[in-house]
Design a protein around this ligand. Structure first.
Ligand SMILES: [Zn+2]
Length: 222
């Protein structure tokens, strides 16, 4: 806490511009067990909005802590800890239905989105390659892997096209640094790879869970 004007400042990594910079807090909100009438488990969610001093864009951070989150401290009493998570800008994809490697690769690509366009496009290309391998592609080149998975009927034509574009831009980022790649290209490719992930993993998982829910409802009716 800054004693002079009581504005909280903190060094935070900005996922818009990539700078690790001193940000000032612009807003906050919290809620937890204290707001629930019959809660017998202590927990607290805190939300803080920070502004980047370099690019002026905002970061929203969630901090969660509960009564189980304490750890021994050798030079004193127990110490509380909490989980801090940047909710905005989105820098990861969170679904248990996505294979760990794919989730990690896509998260790594998103983290570089506003920092290095070329690195991000190469990371998206790598994510696509991992997805296709996970879906059973065995061919060597990425172009052939896309064909292979499309032929199996796993990728509809529109997403096959999205995959090809991701490959083309990823290749350009790796080999042809003079190609005019702008932020919009990076945003579009990140979105295309997200569509592919959603189509192949997230949507089938959601439909299956709903089917289970529906069958348990119909079981009850019988
Ligand atoms: Zn920034």
């Amino acid at each position: 806490m800054n004693n002079l004007d009581s504005i909280k400042t903190e060094v935070i990594k900005c996922f818009h511009c990539g700078n690790e910079t001193l940000m000032s807090q612009k807003g906050e909100y919290s809620w937890g067990s204290r707001d629930i009438e019959y809660g017998d488990f202590d927990y607290l969610y805190e939300y803080e909005l920070f502004a980047c001093s370099v690019c002026h864009k905002v970061t929203l951070r969630e901090t969660y802590g509960d009564e189980t989150m304490m750890e021994p401290c050798y030079d004193g009493p127990m110490r509380w800890h909490s989980n801090k998570n940047i909710l905005y800008p989105i820098n990861s994809i969170d679904s248990s239905s996505i294979p760990y490697k794919v989730r990690e690769a896509y998260g790594a690509a998103l983290k570089t989105k506003g920092i290095d366009k070329y690195v991000c496009l190469m990371a998206l290309r790598r994510t696509l390659e991992l997805i296709l391998k996970n879906k059973g592609a065995t061919k060597w080149g990425l172009k052939d892997k896309i064909e292979e998975i499309a032929e199996k009927g796993l990728l509809p034509d529109t997403l096959k096209e999205a995959s090809s574009l991701t490959k083309i831009l990823g290749d350009s980022a790796a080999h042809d640094k003079d190609m005019d790649i702008d932020q919009q290209d990076v945003e579009s490719m990140a979105e295309f790879v997200k569509f592919i992930i959603e189509y192949l993993y997230v949507v089938p998982d959601k439909i299956n869970s709903y089917k289970e829910r529906l069958s348990s409802k119909t079981d009850k009716r019988v």
